[in-house]
Ligand binder design. Structure first.
Ligand SMILES: [Zn+2]
Length: 222
């Protein structure tokens, strides 16, 4: 039971529950995350990971209404780097809304070894990216498709650099299908905003995408 649900039960029960929650709150960072953000943590998370989860969720809650964007409750599971559930994702993390909002994260992600030169090579970047995938599922895909196809069409296909024009990473371009590409693009853009990155701010196509994503999510503090 989460803290919010518990207090809604009634004064008498709430009085009994509050000291219990207060105790749990002190019991560990993981319980603190569950109470503060309704993010259930499954598996063993390193202290550094939990700290990063706290920072990402805090920023997200300051910028968007999670309930309105369909991600009020999230389950975050720490799985082995070779877990088959990561296969359908980005190799080190995956997100699914099939049975609730679940994100599978590999502990290896924290070291970013596989993401050497990726600008989002960090745990917070990857986590926000996966949360972006969960959000994408609740958005108007036709609207995104019509917006992003224009943005993507405008990018300079001939320019070969680590980060292509119009994108914040090359990751969406690894996907063949345009609708999968849009999903990756939105996830990357969401992560870029949440982690307050600025390296692609001068790219006018990136700027348009950021504004579009902020609009979809009715983001505060634009
Ligand atoms: Zn992805």
């Amino acid at each position: 039971m989460t803290f919010k649900k518990a207090v809604a039960v009634g004064t008498i029960l709430a009085n009994m529950v509050v000291p219990l929650c207060a105790k749990n709150y002190e019991a560990g960072l993981e319980t603190e995350i569950e109470n503060k953000y309704h993010v259930d943590l499954i598996g063993d998370f390193q202290k550094k990971e939990v700290k990063n989860i706290d920072e990402v969720m805090k920023t997200i809650d300051s910028m968007i209404d999670r309930k309105e964007n369909g991600i009020e409750e999230i389950t975050l599971a720490n799985v082995d780097a070779h877990d088959e559930r990561l296969r359908d994702g980005d190799g080190y993390a995956s997100a699914t809304v099939a049975d609730g909002s679940i994100i599978y994260m590999s502990t290896a992600a924290i070291y970013g070894k596989a993401f050497d030169k990726n600008p989002l090579a960090d745990y917070k970047g990857l986590l926000a990216h996966e949360i972006g995938h969960l959000i994408y599922e609740h958005l108007d895909k036709e609207k995104i498709f019509s917006d992003f196809i224009e943005f993507n069409w405008k990018r300079d296909l001939k320019k070969e650099s680590a980060v292509p024009d119009g994108y914040v990473t090359a990751h969406p371009l690894e996907r063949d299908f345009i609708w999968v590409r849009d999903n990756e693009d939105v996830a990357d853009d969401f992560s870029y905003i949440i982690n307050k990155k600025h390296y692609a701010d001068k790219d006018p196509v990136v700027q348009k995408k950021m504004n579009a994503v902020k609009g979809y999510l009715k983001m505060r503090g634009k």
